[in-house]
Design a protein around this ligand. Structure first.
Ligand code: CAA
Length: 257
């Protein structure tokens, strides 16, 4: 399969998937999400692969969902296209997926990393949910997964006031598994994935499922509510203004409407 926005490689028993839109800081447009889902599903079905690593580049894991792709959308457009449902395919991958994060890991990028089973961060990683700056809110699990990972106090600050976390803070608050120097972090993630890939595949599969089940019971309802609210915000003036201001590289003027 030839991809236009991602690259794939195999390292022993690990499938590596790299988001490859460096000029847009790896912003997650519809094509990226489709290709990511296909690549991960293919590795999931490959008996020679035991785990996957998902990464970006040194500057960005991913700076969020693609703002330019959705800036003019209405709530109805968002609901009909229901792009975020594509993300559910990634949630259904059976084999462990480790995110190797350097640089910006924001919005949908942060939600994608949190949707993986573990995160290896480089010292340069910066985690955040800046959607509030655009007049919207997280829409792909951010309010749910972040709160479960770091607790309500910090999640509120990140979601309501765009507080970013450094790699060391993310480690301290339990968001990431380990922090490594930037030149070692991807190798570190691949090594961890290969260690896991060497273990009993069925036990790994059921163990992953069991850990994730702890969160599933209420997560599904929470995410459905979150998604509806995210789409609803596309009927507000502030969403239009926030995304337009981003593209015009100026501060947004909020109307509250
Ligand atoms: N969508 C589309 N394009 C993006 C992007 C995004 N999320 N993030 C960055 N880019 C583009 C920029 O527009 C710019 O393109 P041009 O060169 O064509 O102008 C290019 O990537 C480089 O970005 P900057 O010049 O802005 O780089 P910087 O180093 O000055 O700033 C940054 C880096 C602070 C990460 C800044 O790019 C930024 O704030 N990005 C947006 C982050 C954001 O708001 N993410 C949330 C998106 S909404 C979301 O994710 C919803 C959800 O929950 C599903």
């Amino acid at each position: 399969m030839t991809y236009s926005t991602i690259r794939t490689e195999v390292h022993d028993r690990v499938g590596l998937v790299q988001i490859n839109r460096p000029k847009a800081l790896n912003a997650l447009n519809a094509v990226v999400m489709e290709e990511l889902a296909i690549a991960l599903e293919e590795f999931d079905a490959d008996p020679d692969i035991g785990a996957m690593v998902l990464t970006g580049d040194d500057r960005a894991f991913a700076a969020g969902a693609d703002i330019k792709e959705m800036a003019d959308a209405s709530s109805v457009d968002m609901l009909k296209a229901d792009r975020i449902s594509r993300w559910d395919r990634i949630r259904k991958i059976n084999k462990p997926v480790i995110a190797a994060v350097s640089g910006w890991c924001l919005g949908g990028g942060h939600e994608l990393a949190m949707g993986c089973d573990m995160i290896v961060a480089s010292e340069t990683a910066k985690f955040g949910q800046p959607e509030i700056n655009l007049g919207v809110m997280p829409g792909a699990g951010g309010t749910q997964r972040l709160t479960r990972a770091v607790g309500k106090a910090l999640a509120m600050e990140m979601v309501l006031n765009n507080r970013n976390l450094t790699a060391d803070e993310a480690l301290r608050y339990g968001l990431v598994n380990r922090v490594a120097p930037v030149e070692l972090s991807l190798g570190n993630a691949i090594q961890l994935a290969n260690e896991i890939a060497a273990r009993a595949p069925l036990a790994i599969r059921f163990a992953k499922e069991a850990v994730n089940n702890v969160y599933e019971t209420f997560l599904t309802d929470g995410m459905a509510d979150e998604r509806r609210s995210f789409y609803f915000l596309f009927s507000t003036e502030d969403q239009k203004e926030g995304m337009k201001a981003f593209m015009e590289k100026r501060s947004a003027e909020w109307k509250g409407g």
